[in-house]
Structure formats: structure tokens, C-alpha cells
Design a binder for this molecule. Structure first.
Ligand code: AP5
Ligand code: MG
Length: 232
């Protein structure tokens, strides 16, 4: 499932939140929780592509070999998909981007897209989860993912109560095809080359919060929520 939206929001997000960080930094883990807490959509472009691949759509057929090689899907494909999704009414009160934007062209285009949404214009916040390469490689090697809803587990942490079966939806829990070691190396290289510059992009705009993503999941979540509650 590319998006999660659940009832009973207790606070208002009122912004486009962008989670930055290398593969395995914990973007998906944190984005799911923040989206649940604030009752806004979780927009993971990786999950959206995996859904297209699973359904063998035309977009999925184009994205599959690119994802399996650890490269980035071309900007125009990503942007078409995101633009359509952000235009839906459920994003009006805010949304959590996970794995998007990933290139400067995507970040620039996102500014234009959000600029057209009255409640979100000028209300972008990027949070960088800093984790070193050694730790992300370790995390990715332990990661397990639900093939159906994208729930995230770890052989070094929380695993499904029933082996191989997702706690959330009962789907099959697998290792992502792009979590093989040689693909992970390519993904990390793509991150360094194309995505890391976005940290500076958002810093220059005064929209960046930096967090130490190497702390445990609960601590990162606490620090992330505290950052979101600080007056801006
Ligand atoms: P995508 O699915 O976005 O993958 P990614 O960015 O490589 O990020 P990951 O999902 O690997 O890591 P994560 O940060 O979400 O970590 P997680 O929370 O799972 O993209 C996949 C592919 O799709 C790309 O390679 C590209 O081809 C394509 N694509 C997607 N978006 C694109 C775009 N915008 N443009 C172009 N192409 C695009 O955590 C990892 C593990 O660590 C888990 O097991 C978790 O339980 C554990 N963990 C999490 N936090 C902690 C913690 N604090 N301590 C210990 N363990 C932790
Ligand atoms: Mg992820």
C-alpha cells in the first residue's frame, strides 16, 4: 500500500513534511508513524512504484528494471505520479513525503506544485535523518517488508508475531529485491550523487531540520515529533 491514512488525528501537521536520508535511514519507519499520528497521507514514491510493479502496470514495467539496478526512476515519471497524488483533497491539510524528492529537479518542481496549494504553500519542512553508511547497510540487510502493505520489520528488531505473515494485513513478509548487497551499493551511490545535495537545498531555504537517525526508533520518533511541534 503506497499510502496510509488512519482516523483520530490529535494534532495538525499543516505542512508538507519531507523525510530525507540515505536508503535504510528509517524514512519509511518514521513517515508511517508521523502520518498516522497526524492523520495525513504517507506518500512513499518507493511504495507507489512497488505497487505499480506488483500490478504490472505500464509504469511498473518501466520502473522495475531501474529499481532492480539501484538507479533512480527518471524525474518525469516520478513527477507525473506525485503531481496527480498531491492534487487529491486528502493532501490539503498536509502530507508526509518519504523518498521524494530525490533530485534537485524534483525538489524544484515540488516547490511549484505545493505553491499552487493554498494551505501548504510556503509551509514545507524537510527533516534529514543522518545515518552513516555502515549502519544503513546493516539495517538494510536485516530489513523485511510486507509485500502487500509495505509494513517494515527488522530481523534485528521488530518482526511479525507469526513468522512470514504481516501483523497489519496478513500479507507475505519478504526481503525487498533491491535489498541485495550489490544493488544496495548502487542505491547508496545514487543517493550520494543525486539526493544528498537536497540537504543543502533545504538548508538554504531555512526549511531544514537535522536529526541523528542513528538513535533507536523510539528516540528518533520522539525527536522528530518534538521538532514538528516547535513554533516556526
Ligand atoms: P525507496 O523505497 O524510497 O528506498 P530508499 O530511499 O532506498 O529507502 P529505503 O526504503 O531503503 O529506506 P528507509 O529510509 O525507508 O528505511 P526503513 O524505514 O525501511 O526507493 C526504492 C527505489 O524506488 C529507488 O532505488 C528508486 O529506484 C525508486 N524511487 C523511489 N522514489 C524515487 C524518486 N523520488 N525518484 C526516483 N526514483 C525513485 O528502515 C530500514 C530498516 O532499518 C528497517 O528494517 C527498519 O526496521 C530499521 N530501522 C529503521 N529505523 C531504525 C532505527 N532508528 N534504529 C534501528 N533500526 C531502524
Ligand atoms: Mg523506505
Amino acid at each position: 500500500m503506497a499510502e496510509e491514512q488512519q482516523a483520530a488525528p490529535v494534532r495538525k501537521l499543516g505542512r508538507a513534511l519531507i523525510l530525507l536520508g540515505p536508503p535504510g535511514a528509517g524514512k519509511g519507519t518514521q513517515a508511517r508513524e508521523v502520518a498516522r499520528i497526524y492523520g495525513v497521507p504517507h506518500l512513499s514514491t518507493g511504495d507507489m512504484f512497488r505497487e505499480h510493479v506488483a500490478q504490472a502496470t505500464e509504469l511498473g514495467r518501466r520502473a522495475k528494471p531501474i529499481m532492480e539496478s539501484g538507479q533512480l526512476v527518471p524525474d518525469e515519471i516520478v513527477l507525473g505520479m506525485v503531481e496527480e497524488r498531491v492534487a487529491r483533497p486528502d493532501c490539503a491539510a498536509g502530507c508526509v513525503f518519504d523518498g521524494f524528492p530525490r533530485t534537485l529537479a524534483q525538489a524544484e518542481r515540488l516547490e511549484t506544485i505545493l505553491g499552487a496549494l493554498p494551505a501548504l504553500a510556503s509551509r514545507t519542512q524537510a527533516v534529514n535523518l543522518a545515518v552513516d553508511a555502515e549502519e544503513v547497510v546493516r539495517r538494510i540487510a536485516s530489513r523485511r517488508t510486507c509485500r502487500n502493505c509495505g509494513a517494515i520489520y527488522s530481523a534485528a528488531g521488530k518482526m511479525p508475531k507469526v513468522a512470514g505473515k504481516c501483523d497489519v494485513c496478513g500479507g507475505e513478509v519478504i526481503q525487498r529485491p533491491d535489498d541485495r548487497e550489490e544493488v544496495v551499493r548502487q542505491r547508496l551511490a545514487a543517493y550520494e550523487r543525486q539526493t544528498r545535495p537536497l540537504i543543502e537545498f533545504y538548508r538554504r531555504r531555512g526549511q531544514l531540520v537535522e536529526l541523528d537517525g542513528s538513535k533507536d526508533i523510539a528516540t528518533v520518533q520522539r525527536e522528530l515529533l518534538a521538532a514538528l511541534e516547535r513554533p516556526r
